[in-house]
Design a protein around this ligand. Structure first.
Ligand code: NAD
Ligand code: FES
Length: 291
């Protein structure tokens, strides 16, 4: 059992939880993920790691309550326990094994979309701890949906905000802001790391290919069981077949077949909707006193 030691609301339907899991915290690296099982009836939910504190033995996850499992997790509070918390899983980001002097000569731009800001934070902090400033773009639907702004600002070189409705920062999507920085302001980037919804990663990769900037994406959103067994995260990268949960989650965005991955991501939509409807229905019955 794994204790929730702190819970914070970050935005509507988005919250963070610090989980006491010293062994996971001890070996967590940027780019990795965990699997959370809420209770005896819970399904496996793969979630990217937002933060880890080796001294306190805690790992921070950020959850957007959308489906039945994440809605169930949203009901947990400080002092409650998750049944299972497994990790760290997946391969760490490639740069953690690169020569620091080489990295110092490269300019990185991190692009976070919505909840994707959560896994971007430990990556940007890793660069900061190694004395390297990176630029970061955080994009969201509106000002209210921007998360972790202060945390990311504290460890990044320049932080740029984009909102789809223009309520804060650049008026438009992250791709519009990348174009503005590179084409209008003449910024030079050697590498882009894009983490967010699949559709965002697809279009960021398309743009950076045109701009000639190497790009890494994180395919966490297509995972289901996170163990290499269900096959849901199978993806074509160049001429190879990869499993996001075992070989990734990070891949070269210019080689990922996004159209195939997006199709595969949608294949369980009906089952997910049905499960969500059943869950909502059960909750209503409980509220109304019906068993
Ligand atoms: P969202 O739909 O609000 O999109 C966030 C931002 O992405 C937008 O503000 C926009 O700037 C950009 N974007 C969206 N569509 C785009 C397009 N067509 N072209 C260019 N840019 C586009 O995001 P959300 O509602 O927070 O969605 C969260 C998603 O993030 C979920 O699907 C979740 O699976 C995913 N996620 C991914 C990871 C990961 O590791 N890749 C981690 C956590 C969450
Ligand atoms: Fe099931 Fe990767 S998520 S095989």
């Amino acid at each position: 059992m794994f204790k929730i030691v702190e819970k914070k609301n970050l935005a509507p339907n988005i919250f963070s939880m610090d989980i006491l899991a010293p062994r996971v915290a001890e070996s967590a690296m940027p780019g990795q993920f965990v699997i959370v099982i809420a209770d005896e009836e819970g399904e496996r939910v793969p979630l990217t790691i937002c933060d880890y504190d080796k001294e306190k033995g805690t790992v921070t996850i950020v959850v957007q309550s959308m489906g039945c499992s994440t809605k169930k997790m949203a009901k947990f509070n400080e002092g409650d326990y998750f049944k299972d918390f497994v990790g760290p899983l997946g391969q760490p980001s490639e740069y953690v094994n690169e020569d620091i002097d080489k990295l110092r000569n490269e300019k990185y731009l991190f692009v976070a979309g919505g909840v994707g800001a959560a896994p971007v934070f430990p990556q940007v902090r890793w660069f900061h701890e190694n004395g390297i400033d990176v630029d970061v773009i955080v994009g969201a639907k509106n000002k209210e949906m921007i998360i972790l702004e202060d945390k990311i600002k504290g460890v990044s070189g320049n932080l740029y905000i984009a909102t789809d409705d223009g309520s804060y920062g650049f008026n438009g999507m992250v791709t519009g802001l990348i174009e503005e920085l590179v084409k209008k302001e003449g910024k030079h980037y050697d590498k882009v790391v894009a983490i967010g919804p699949m559709i965002m990663m697809k279009f960021v990769s398309k743009l950076t290919e045109e701009l000639g900037i190497d790009t890494i994406v994180s395919l966490n959103p297509i995972m289901v069981d996170g163990t290499g067994m269900c096959g849901a995260c199978r993806v074509t990268v160049g001429d190879e077949t990869k499993f996001a949960c075992v070989d990734g989650p990070e891949f070269d965005g210019h080689l990922v077949d996004f159209d195939e991955a997006l199709k595969r991501q949608a294949q369980y939509k009906n089952e997910e909707c049905k499960k969500n409807e059943d869950y909502e229905c059960k909750c209503k019955q409980r509220k109304g006193g019906v068993n």
